[in-house]
Design a protein around this ligand. Structure first.
Ligand code: UD1
Ligand code: UDP
Length: 366
């Protein structure tokens, strides 16, 4: 029987791969196994619990303040044995993390075919996002199947010379996940605290923003809060100690900014659905917010998700304090602009991406 191994290791990969794992497990005549690298620990386990997915293998590689070297070396070392023992017919990886890159490299060394989910996103700026742009392009060289979420992603892959018959436009599995998490009668005490105010949902974690850029982002938000009494900020903070250090230093004593522990995905999606606007440097949130009609100011200089910009929901505001401050202020004071940005549109699919990917994989070799 054909064996497909699904490998992931961080929160966003898990959120977008668990719906696919669940779909694949409904199919006959195929064995599905799940290997997690544990590049994230708590934030990964939160997702596994929500989706009720139990990994067959766990490489448990996370270390505090881990370097790119440590992640890559430890995954390569640990996954080699598992791949050699299990010899899957295909390995599925997702997106652009170092888990994705190291797993794809290990598969290449062992000549195991790779299917790349969320393929073809590009900024073509190798340092932005860092190291994700490199990771994604490198996996693109190795992959046998490219599951592109959008037509634009397919076009990127075609321009790079990938064979058309190995690229499939499937939509993004993030939307599959979103369909299962939003609840009408959702309650959380933090949302209770924010009710009656306009809620800004904040997240920030990118490696290239560590240090001054992140400090500038937070300073801009502090200025906004000082000037806008009807605004409150909830910040489910990433577990990276470097992020925490900057956030606590800048936001210390701010009563209308609540820094809380990372939310599980069900909670986060429901917070998103009830926010007024989103400030983030995240990738995945850029996919989720448009389908909920939530304006997102993206605190980055580039995005590999131009569809959300074209849809009008996302705006790039860079990482400099003044620009972020002015952009948030404008959006908070200009109803027309706010209404334009909050038109719900969904460039990332219809919530059936996992089904499409599973259909394609089941057609192969049967
Ligand atoms: C990683 C990915 C990034 C993705 C992000 C999603 C790489 C190089 N980066 O970045 O592409 O956008 O995940 O969040 O693959 N930590 C914990 N517990 C956790 C998770 C993290 O304590 O559950 C702490 C650890 O100290 C760890 C640090 O956060 O060393 C950074 O984690 P790491 O995976 O290296 O980088 P991220 O910024 O999370
Ligand atoms: N998310 C979550 N809890 C949080 C913050 C984010 O579950 O406290 C989800 C969010 O809905 C999105 C994903 O995590 O699906 C984004 O992850 P992250 O920003 O860490 O990584 P990126 O998408 O930038 O790679």
């Amino acid at each position: 029987m054909k064996h497909i191994m699904v490998v992931f290791g961080t929160r966003p990969e898990a959120i977008k791969m668990c719906p696919l794992v669940k779909e694949l497990k409904t199919r006959k005549n195929v064995r599905i196994s799940v290997c997690v690298t544990g590049q994230h620990r708590t934030m990964l386990d939160q997702v596994l619990e929500v989706f009720d997915v139990a990994p067959d293998h766990d490489l448990c590689i996370m270390k505090e303040n881990q370097t790119l070297f440590e992640i890559t070396i430890n995954i390569l070392n640990a996954i080699r044995q598992i791949l050699q023992n299990e010899r899957p017919d295909m390995v599925l990886v997702h997106g652009d993390t170092t888990t994705t890159f190291a797993t794809a490299l290990a598969c290449f060394y062992l000549q195991i075919p790779i299917g790349h989910v969320e393929a073809g996103l590009r900024t073509y700026k190798i340092h932005s996002p860092y190291p994700e742009e490199f990771n994604r392009q490198a996996v693109g060289i190795i992959a046998k199947y490219h599951f592109a979420p959008t037509e634009q992603a397919r076009q990127n892959l075609l321009k790079e010379g990938k064979p058309a018959d190995q690229i499939y436009v499937t939509g993004n599995t993030a939307i599959d996940a979103l369909k299962t998490t939003i609840q009408k009668d959702y309650y959380h005490k933090e949302l209770d605290w924010a009710s009656g105010s306009r809620l800004i949902l904040l997240t920030a974690h990118r490696r290239e923003n560590m240090g001054t850029p992140m400090q500038q982002m937070f300073c801009a938000i502090k200025r906004i809060i000082a000037e806008t009494p009807d605004v409150k900020v909830i910040y489910p903070i990433h577990l990276n100690p470097l992020v925490r250090q900057i956030a606590y230093a800048v936001f210390n004593g701010e009563e209308r900014i609540h820094i809380i522990e990372p939310l599980d995905v069900l909670d986060f999606h429901n917070f998103l659905a009830r926010s007024y606007l989103v400030l983030t440097d995240s990738g995945g949130i850029q996919e989720e917010a448009p389908s909920l009609g939530k304006p997102v100011l993206v605190m980055r200089d580039t995005t590999e998700r131009p569809e959300g910009i074209a849809a009008g929901t996302l705006r790039l505001v860079g990482t400099e304090e003044e620009n972020i401050y002015l952009s948030v202020k404008k959006l908070l004071s200009n109803n027309e602009e706010y209404d334009q940005m909050s038109q719900a549109s969904n460039p990332y699919g219809d919530g059936f991406a996992s089904k499409r990917i599973a259909d394609i994989l089941m057609g192969d070799g049967e």
